[in-house]
Design a protein around this ligand. Structure first.
Ligand code: HEM
Ligand code: HEM
Ligand SMILES: [Fe+2]
Length: 472
């Protein structure tokens, strides 16, 4: 590894780059499979039997989770040395784990695509410790074990860096979030036969990730980038960060109850889930105020305008997707009608994109020019293309959300509201929604073009000094 990239404070931060690059490659794959499903929604036989809908869905959502994990790890490898004010404990381990995770990830996706799922379960010895078959956690048990190994090595590496270095609020919050991520993943190994119990603990992974510990990771990444691009005092930024994570945990943990309404859990969850999750938009709203406040109080004009746009954009879009679209269906009397409808999908898309896809792109936007040896910021042309990518992706995702919401409202109207007997069947209802699904597909294609712009913005060639280019 080169010691001569002058744009990095510590040479070992360079390990973040392969993580970011691979994350973006998987992102492209995720969207391709999203488009395949978008088409299958309206042309039912598209690619059947080559890629059935359930397989495409699994690939789409698993690629999402895995590219976000690559993004978080890349972010940690970049951020932790800088905050700890020392080199990463072991850059070699970080690179080794990169290859382990990348190869395991690719093999798993190939397994989904090439082997029928039941066959994959057999092939990988699922009956020894059955963990397969649950949404987002479809990975063969052996892949899950691999994820745990990678996570442990990763936590050890950044943990050692932190222990030996400066401890800041940002790095401690990020570390807490990442430990939480690993700990809650362990519930993916617990798969009770009883369906109510199964769902109960499944949400400990899915919900306590996105509405708990991942918010800590997001908050710390946001705070890091805001310090860098605004030059506002660390003390001010840290106070905001503490308030945000406190609100996230206070509301998000008991807020898990909004998934316990109809699974056979005790009725008290109707109240607890509704009340606490109704407050979950607060931390997301605080992040919006935080970002705008810091940018308004900025002490410097950072040349990376695109990174500033991503930082502001992620807070606003996360607030809309998680806060507003989450609140929309989180009260039990509403959720009674909307549960598992297109409204859920609308919310899932805008929340995941706004909070986690965008915070990873914020970090990449800030760090990548340095990692590539270009400097603090890409040139004006590259930034313009990146900003086009930002708006195309973000507005298309808003459009997808609005079309799915419209589809969801009609779905509830036809299929859920009428009294028993008068309700339209699921399939007949779906037929009525076709126009929204076509529009969603169009917006999805625009999203893909936006992603293309974004990737194209990396075309500006790196300007590593000759010596660094040789050793890099
Ligand atoms: C960034 C944060 C968030 C992400 C990434 C996210 C993502 C998702 C996803 C993917 C689902 C669908 C899960 C499934 O059944 O497969 C879901 C469900 C749900 N989310 Fe969120 N969410 C977030 C925050 C919130 C917040 C803050 C609220 C409440 C204010 C909320 C309320 C709900 C509710 C009520 C459901 C269940 C919908 C149903 O019954 O079908 N979410 N979320
Ligand atoms: C841009 C084109 C995209 C299209 C056409 C698309 C389409 C789809 C479709 C058809 C489904 C399955 C819904 C169902 O089961 O009925 C799905 C699920 C999902 N997609 Fe996408 N998607 C796209 C992009 C994205 C992006 C950018 C994200 C997040 C960053 C995302 C996150 C998800 C999630 C979390 C689910 C599971 C939702 C749930 O359980 O409710 N998708 N997508
Ligand atoms: Fe939730």
């Amino acid at each position: 590894m080169s010691l001569t990239n002058p744009h990095l404070k510590f040479a070992s931060q360079a390990v973040a780059k392969p993580y970011f690059v691979f994350a973006l490659m998987l992102f492209v794959g995720q969207i391709l499979f999203g488009l395949i499903m978008g088409l299958q929604y309206v042309v039912g036989d598209f690619l059947f039997p080559l890629i059935p809908f359930n397989v495409a869905r699994m690939v789409h959502t698993n690629l999402l989770i895995v590219w976000l994990l690559f993004g978080f790890m890349g972010a940690a490898y970049y951020l932790i040395p800088e905050e700890a004010d020392r080199e990463l404990h072991s850059p070699k381990l970080a690179l080794l784990l990169f290859w382990v995770f990348a190869i395991a990830g690719v093999l798993t996706i190939l397994g989904y695509l090439l082997v029928p799922y039941a066959g994959l379960a057999k092939l990988t010895g699922n009956e020894l410790l059955p963990t397969m078959g649950r949404e987002f956690l479809e990975q063969p048990t052996i892949t899950k074990a691999g994820i745990v190994v990678v996570a442990l090595g990763f936590l050890y590496n950044i943990g050692m860096t932190l222990l030996k270095g400066r401890k800041t609020a940002i790095s401690m919050v990020m570390m807490t979030g990442l430990i939480g991520l690993a700990v809650f993943f362990l519930f993916s190994f617990y798969n009770p036969e009883n369906l109510a119990r199964d769902k109960y603990y499944w949400w400990w992974v899915v919900h306590l990730w996105v509405e708990g510990v991942w918010e800590l990771i997001m908050g710390s990444m946001l705070a890091f980038v805001l310090i860098k691009i605004t030059g506002v005092d660390r003390e001010v930024i840290e106070k905001w960060l503490y308030v945000i994570i406190a609100m996230a945990l206070i509301t998000g943990i008991i807020g898990t109850g909004h998934h316990f309404f109809w699974i056979g859990a005790p009725g008290v969850w109707l109240w607890l889930g509704s009340i606490f999750s109704a407050m979950e938009p607060l931390p997301f709203f605080a992040m919006v105020l935080f970002a705008f406040n810091m940018v308004n109080r900025r002490r410097r004009e950072h040349p990376n305008r695109a990174a500033a746009l991503w930082a502001i954009g992620t807070t606003v879009t996360a607030f809309l997707g998680a806060g507003v679209w989450g609140f929309l269906h989180t009260l039990a009397p509403v959720n009674y009608y909307t549960h598992g409808s297109q409204i859920t999908a609308a919310h899932g898309h805008l929340a995941f994109y706004g909070a986690y896809a965008m915070i990873v792109m914020t970090m990449i936007s800030y760090a990548m020019p340095r990692l590539r040896g270009i400097g603090e910021a890409p040139d004006a042309r590259a930034q313009t293309v990146e900003v086009w990518g930002f708006w195309l992706m973000t507005l298309s995702m808003m459009a997808i959300t609005l079309f799915l919401t419209a589809a969801g409202v009609v779905q509830v109207w036809l299929q859920r509201l009428p009294a028993d007997g008068a309700a339209m069947s699921f399939m007949n209802t779906m037929d009525q929604l076709a126009v929204f699904f076509w529009l969603r597909l169009v917006a999805g294609v625009l999203f893909f073009i936006g992603l293309g712009c974004y990737l194209f913005s990396f075309r500006q060639r790196g300007r590593l000094p000759v010596a660094a280019a040789v050793t890099a």
